[in-house]
Design a protein around this ligand. Structure first.
Ligand code: NGF
Length: 289
């Protein structure tokens, strides 16, 4: 369960339907070209929170089928509809996903006891392992070290996907929990996570440059931090441009330019602005994506 995981992008048509063949192409690119160690399925990058339960199941199924055991699979099943989270957790577990993950429940100001109960309910109903998905910038839920302590007491809680820039907290978690899996969440900060001793990283941009992320990770493991930093500079030149042009739209357009059918994003997100196509073509060419 260690290494670089792409947060899987999901191709949609302009009616918001999943493009199955395109999804298979995006998965193959991750396995064959980016050579990532695993996929994080139905996360933010999969536009999960805009999908129906059936669509989420369809994505779990196609991904499981296409990967066919070649790489590890984490199923993000979190939802503020706990019944849905349990249903998806059971579904992914039956398919054979290596672990579940669930975003901290958001929108309402849930108490910590409610958050704890949410995780325990999914774990008890599925019997599967759980990776906490902490992403305070989007959920507004920022957990303290003491709260992580409580959740980590459950041995089925095997780790955390930590999408935050609080490296003090990351260091504290690493020191206290050498045996829990910690995944770094912000791709543009991968090197800091790697230096802090994370077990892996999960991110959207690895769909287009997972190979660079793997280099950073391996170089840091070999103590070659200066070289790793050079690669992070390259990765961040790409990410900076992607963020400027629109995150998921541009990642998909990069894949489209490369001949992989990544489709478009789902409404209410706006589709890629075709006026920016030339900038994307230049990015693909300049960075040999
Ligand atoms: O897309 C976001 C939103 N974050 C992702 C990642 O942490 C979560 C990150 O890779 C994710 O991809 C998922 O749950 O599916 C960023 O896209 C990347 O660092 C660019 O900022 O915060």
């Amino acid at each position: 369960m260690k290494g670089i995981f792409s947060a899987l992008l999901v191709p949609f048509d302009d009616q918001g339907r999943i493009k199955e063949q395109g999804l298979r192409e995006v998965i193959r690119n991750n396995i064959d070209v980016q050579q990532v160690d695993g996929l994080y399925v139905n996360g933010s990058s999969g536009e999960n929170f805009m999908l129906t339960t059936d669509q989420k199941k369809q994505i779990f199924k196609i991904t499981h089928e296409e990967t066919n055991g070649a790489i590890k699979l984490i199923a993000q099943v979190g939802s503020i509809n706990l019944d849905e989270a349990v249903e998806l957790g059971k579904y992914a577990t039956e398919l054979g996903y290596d672990s579940l993950s669930a975003v901290t429940p958001f929108y309402y100001k849930f108490t910590f006891d409610e958050i704890k109960n949410y995780y325990e309910t999914i774990i008890e109903a599925t019997g599967n392992n759980m990776i906490i998905y902490a992403i305070p910038a989007l959920t507004g839920v920022s957990m303290s070290l003491e709260q992580f302590d409580v959740l980590f007491q459950n041995e089925k809680v095997i780790g955390v996907k930590y999408t935050d820039g609080n490296f003090f907290m990351l260091e504290r978690l690493r020191k206290k929990y050498p045996n829990k899996l910690i995944y770094s969440g912000f791709d543009e900060m991968l090197i800091y996570g790697a230096v802090s001793g994370v077990d892996g990283a999960i991110g959207s941009t690895y769909n287009i440059h997972g190979n660079l992320a793997k280099q950073i990770f391996e170089m840091v493991e070999q103590g070659e931090v200066a070289r790793a930093y050079e690669v992070q500079h390259i990765m961040n030149d790409i990410i900076e441009k992607v963020l400027e042009l629109g995150l998921y739209q541009t990642l998909k357009e990069i894949l489209n330019v490369k001949g992989i059918d990544a489709g478009t994003v789902k409404q209410p997100m706006s589709p890629f602005d075709s006026g920016k196509r030339e900038a994307v073509e230049k990015l693909v060419k300049d960075f040999n994506l």
